[in-house]
Design a protein around this ligand. Structure first.
Ligand SMILES: Cc1ncc(COP(=O)(O)O)c(C=O)c1O
Length: 466
């Protein structure tokens, strides 16, 4: 079909003509509170281009993205193969979503995904991580006939009602009323409590992240295996949420590949699955779960959503898996992650502000702690008394201002900085980050140095804007 004379929509021109209104429009019509935060911490940069691990602002400055939109751009931004795949898909004039019908691409992507978890045999496609959680909650209840679901403190599985019912952070839950009954929190790392709850015989499943995204807290291999053993003993399923740890992030295609004998009953995948351009999610499950949920011809679409199995998402998913493998990105994540962890751990020994550096592959948390020296200690206390979540900004802001590196805090009220760069980062990127981080830490250890002034300024701002 050709574009006619009267069809004048021109996206490139629109963006060019109205670029200068970016922040005003966002503030007026989308989220003024977020805009205020961005302005306060100096994250109100007008990026005009993004490629791989880098962003460029309107003045031509290059930024190193050590967040990848919280793990969406594992293959880097605007990967050319994703661009070509989108173009190819449009050229195909693909007849997806014929009701009723079954198209090719979901089958191909499911086949490819299940190759990474051969003990699982069916895939339910979704549009987001939270939708994966919702589907899995329904499936485990239906497949077991049990109502209770266990999750861990600090857990994050999304922000829709079901997934929010399993959110281990109160700041996300406040103000939203009551949550799903029978969804109970247990302490992360406590097998005794877990066993006691499972032994009641009414638990459908435990949801677990191999590395908790909030705060970057890895579960040990032994803990995950013991969780699996206990679940099997008491007839509950293990739902492994790899929305953030998956797609090569931890150095293997999925984090569970590193743990001999771990075979989750359901596996949740999203974020990077489509390379970052198109919403997508996938719930991989055991055959028996599929058959118990979709138990008759009547129930063949008992769970679905309009855009699940979206053709473009499926195409980009296939391309992303190919890119991850052909560019050996999980291997690069393992290599760069090891270099970052060892460089940062060396800093932890030198700098009293650093308590611990933890993570796997390119999912790293740097936990800060109250310094011992008198001057730094009293400044730390003062800042924390005013606002429990601000101190990390005194590192994050100079990293942005002086070195043009994007990082963020690992969760509400946490003295933890999180690194989640694209898996494409180079040796030079890693060295540059370590050098920059070391310099910023050095400045932080100077009593009343620039970092403390930044933090005090933020405290004043946060107190006055409550
Ligand atoms: C482990 C985990 N599960 C689920 C989600 C929710 O994904 P979404 O934001 O796509 O709903 C996230 C998002 O950060 C996540 O990290």
């Amino acid at each position: 079909m050709n574009i006619t004379e009267t069809q004048k929509f021109d996206l490139k021109k629109l963006v060019q003509d109205r670029r200068s209104e970016q922040f005003d429009l966002f503030e007026k019509f989308v989220n003024p509170k977020l805009m205020k935060v961005l302005r306060t911490i100096g994250f109100d940069r007008q990026y005009v281009r993004a490629e791989g691990a880098y962003l460029w602002d309107s003045a031509g400055n290059r930024y190193l993205d050590f967040l990848s939109a919280y793990g969406v751009f594992n293959i880097g931004r605007n990967h050319p193969v994703i661009g070509k795949t989108i173009q190819d898909y449009l050229d195909l004039l693909d007849p997806w979503k014929v009701q009723l019908g079954a198209s090719l691409l979901p089958g191909l992507l499911a086949e490819r995904l299940l190759g990474f978890a051969p003990h699982l045999s069916k895939v339910q496609f979704t549009n987001s991580g939270a939708e994966c959680t919702e589907a899995a909650m329904k499936f485990v209840r239906c497949a077991t006939g049990r109502q209770r679901i266990l999750y861990f403190d600090r857990a994050f599985h999304g922000l829709s009602y079901g997934s929010l019912s399993m959110n281990g952070c109160n700041s996300f839950r406040e103000g939203f009323g009551s949550f799903l009954p029978g969804v109970d929190c247990i302490p992360f790392g406590d097998l005794e409590v877990m066993e006691k709850e499972l032994a009641k015989g009414d638990v459908a499943a435990i949801f677990v992240e191999p590395i908790q995204g909030k705060g970057v807290f890895p579960a040990t291999d032994e803990y995950l295996l013991a969780t699996q053993d206990l679940c099997r003993k008491f007839g509950a399923y293990v739902v492994l949420d790899e929305v953030q740890t998956g797609m090569g992030r931890t150095g293997k295609m999925f984090a569970f590949h590193d743990i001999e004998g771990l075979k989750p009953d359901l596996l949740l995948v999203s974020k990077s699955l489509s390379g970052g351009m198109v919403p997508v999610g996938a719930v991989l499950m055991r055959d028996e779960i599929y058959h118990r949920v979709f138990s008759s011809l009547d129930r063949c679409v008992v769970h679905s959503s309009t855009f699940g199995q979206g053709g473009l998402a499926m195409a980009c998913g296939l391309a992303t898996l190919d890119i991850l493998e052909s560019e050996r990105l999980p291997e690069n994540a393992a290599k760069q992650g090891a270099a970052l962890l060892s460089g940062l751990r060396a800093m932890a020994e030198r700098f009293e502000l650093v308590k611990e550096v933890r993570g796997r592959g390119l999912m790293i948390g740097i936990e800060l702690c109250q310094p011992k020296s008198f001057g730094l200690k009293s400044s730390w206390k003062l800042i924390h008394a005013a606002d429990g979540g601000l101190f990390p900004q005194s590192i994050i802001m100079p990293l942005m201002d002086d070195y043009r590196i994007l990082t963020q805090v690992a969760g509400h009220n946490m003295d933890i900085i999180k690194l989640l760069p694209p898996l494409t980062i180079s040796d030079q990127d890693t060295s540059y980050f370590l050098e920059a981080f070391g310099s910023v830490l050095e400045a932080c250890h100077r009593f009343l140095g620039p970092a403390w002034t930044t933090a005090s300024r933020l405290v004043k701002f946060s107190v006055t804007s409550r």
